[in-house]
Design a protein around this ligand. Structure first.
Ligand code: MG
Ligand code: ZN
Length: 354
């Protein structure tokens, strides 16, 4: 009996220590552009079923201010998350002086992980660009598209085909991508994620339409297919998924635009969680770059799912934004910290060194 007890104790200890030291193999970072706490609660209040976000147990907040402004834009906000550096508004993975900074996606490439980007805006737009391009202006779309050729990203899905094919410099980057063995696919429904290879999936010439104007399940489906495609790599993968247009609803002070985009983004989160649950080696992080609209709820009704929303600005606000984490390495995401800490927490979780 004593022997059995000791045996069980040792087994329990070994099991506990294994669990303790478990590192994620894969990281899925989902960014709701402009998604503050109020945007989330507004969506929770109007939707019929609980949001996937409500299932997270590990929650934190980050401070969003940029190097030169109390209120960040998506360039500096994305750069903080992707590189661990606060930079000036408008910059894309460059510091305040314009020096290139290596991104988490580029580190993942170095460590031979598969890498991917998914967005409901042009893939050259500030948020996805911050993970792969380097520029002192987020609006240099042609240069940003050019930078996609310098990184061996495995898969990107989003709009912005225009910046690869109809350029002032007359370069045809679609041909350049083909030369680098990318398969060019138009429309997420035409992407067979079971096939091997590198893929550039264009879902729009410029930006994808609003969810309520016919985007369909492009974002959750892209997330699911991206995970299926990238998870073939036994070494792991890094995937960034952006719900781009929550921000645009905020800029438009249009609460229905905000909530419909947020619920669609939440469906993409559900795909990430479903995979992470099954896989057990995937760290899922959901956060925002900043809040947009200075949104507040001044009245509402839980029973008939009505809300009264007021915006205090048509721009971004300075408030902290939430972070939700799930999977191995998630514990480090509790508390209040800087936006830049998210980069370092991901680096630590994956065991990457700078
Ligand atoms: Mg964005
Ligand atoms: Zn914005």
């Amino acid at each position: 009996m004593k022997k059995l007890t000791i045996y069980l104790l040792i087994t329990a200890l070994i099991f506990a220590s294994c669990k303790e030291s478990k590192k994620p193999k894969n990281v899925i970072l989902l960014i709701g552009d402009g998604m503050g706490v109020t945007q989330i609660y507004a969506a929770m209040s109007v939707t019929d079923k609980p949001l996937s976000l409500e299932r997270f147990k590990i929650i934190g907040f980050h401070k969003t201010y940029s190097a030169n402004n109390y209120i960040t834009d998506s360039g500096a906000g994305g750069t903080a998350l992707s590189t661990g550096h606060k930079t000036n508004n408008g910059h894309i993975a460059t510091d305040s002086l314009g020096n290139t900074i290596k991104t988490i996606l580029e580190y993942a490439e170095d460590y031979q992980l598969s890498t991917g980007l998914v967005s409901t805006s042009a893939i050259t737009h500030a948020t996805p660009a911050s993970f792969i391009a380097h520029d002192t202006s987020r609006y240099n779309y042609e240069n940003i598209a050019r930078d996609f050729l310098d990184v061996d990203i495995d898969l990107f899905i989003g709009g912005g085909k225009k910046h690869f094919m109809k350029r002032e410099d007359k370069l045809n980057l679609i041909d350049s991508l083909k030369k680098k063995h990318y398969r060019i696919i138009d429309g997420i429904e035409n992407f067979n994620s079971e096939s091997e290879g590198r893929f550039a999936v264009f879902t729009a010439y410029e930006h994808d339409p609003e969810y309520r104007k016919g985007r369909g399940n492009m974002l959750p489906l892209s997330t699911q297919k991206a995970i299926q495609s990238l998870s073939k790599n036994k070494k792991g993968f890094f995937l960034m998924v952006e719900g781009s247009q929550i921000d645009w609803g905020g800029h438009d002070n249009d609460i229905e635009y905000v909530t419909t985009e947020l619920i669609d983004f939440d469906n993409a989160i559900a795909e990430a969680i479903a995979f992470a649950k099954k896989d057990g080696e995937t760290l899922v992080i959901v956060t925002a770059d900043h809040e947009t609209g200075g949104l507040t709820l001044t009245d509402g009704n839980v029973q008939n799912k009505k809300i009264e929303a007021k915006f205090s600005t048509d721009d971004h606000s300075a408030v902290m934004v939430p972070v939700f984490a799930y999977g191995p390495g998630a514990e480090s995401f509790t508390g209040i910290y800087q936006n830049t800490d998210i980069f370092f927490k991901i680096m630590d979780a994956l065991g990457f060194e700078q």
